[in-house]
Design a protein around this ligand. Structure first.
Ligand code: SAM
Length: 241
């Protein structure tokens, strides 16, 4: 799967993309991440990518020429998303959608943003990572790379692990524990050490429900409330540990 990123800080993004899970996925040929330096497509000695806004006002705006030239030279996979706070907000469903697509690209803005002709003519859509303003699109691109990259088939070692994670079923994940079984007086729930896989699965489901009800009731509402089976699990005294 190919993902292209256009930025004026290519080292920031390629340094991140070369590490850990994403780095290993690239080495295995599962991900083909290409980072393009917008400054390579400038024509002046100062490699200028920005200029002051028409109409006045504070800050600088990225000029369209280097962006068009860079995108046209790379012929990147589409859709090309402009990263920005006005875009569709990334969530797990969108990450899954993108992981199942053939590929896509991202353009990182900086300063006051990007000349709007780039948004309306060159890009296919806008993508936001949340309702706050970053200094540039690079961190957003890294968030998208990580959220999407790990869902690409074969990237995670244990392919089952994405299926029961937070948001996969509209719930938060159940709590996880590892050794030691007792730490500073806190013990791991007995059920997890019982070896009874049916009981463990029911306990995990009950704890995922309980955690979601407490921390993210909006997710329960979005699922249409609790089913009868959910209510029964929550009421089961054997799962209250
Ligand atoms: N003046 C713009 C505004 O008010 O919407 C903000 C520009 S911001 C300082 C610079 C760049 O950071 C944006 O062009 C965009 O690429 C990126 N950016 C900022 N917030 C973002 C967010 N929530 N999600 C994705 N990218 C973001």
């Amino acid at each position: 799967m190919r993902i292209d990123v256009f930025t004026i800080f290519p080292d920031m993004v390629s340094g991140f993309a070369g590490q850990s899970l994403l780095g290993r996925a690239s080495a295995k040929g599962l991900l083909d991440m290409r980072v393009h330096d917008l400054r390579e497509h400038t024509t002046d000695v100062h490699r200028t990518v920005d200029d002051s806004p028409f109409g006045g006002g504070a800050g600088m705006v990225l000029r369209p020429e280097p962006i068009y030239a860079s995108v046209e030279a790379a012929d990147p996979p589409r859709p090309l998303f402009l990263l920005g706070p006005g875009g569709r907000r990334l969530d797990q469903a969108m990450a899954q959608e993108l992981a199942e697509s053939g590929g896509f690209s991202m353009l990182c803005g900086r300063y006051e943003g990007v000349d709007d002709r780039v948004r309306t003519d060159l890009c296919d859509g806008e993508l936001s990572i949340g309702d706050y303003v970053l200094g540039g699109g690079e961190v957003a691109a890294m968030v998208v790379l990580e959220a999407v990259g790990r869902l690409v088939p074969g990237v995670m070692g244990n392919s089952a692990s994405a299926g029961d994670e937070s948001f996969s079923d509209g719930l938060l994940e159940y709590p996880q524990f590892t050794k030691p079984a007792e730490f500073r007086g806190m013990t791991v729930p007995e059920v997890l050490r019982s070896g009874d896989h049916g009981r463990i699965a029911r306990w995990r489901r009950a704890r995922a429900l309980r955690r979601t009800i407490l921390s993210r009731p909006d997710l329960i509402e979005a699922r249409g409330g609790l089913s009868e089976a959910d209510e029964a699990l929550l009421a089961d005294p054997d799962l209250s540990d």
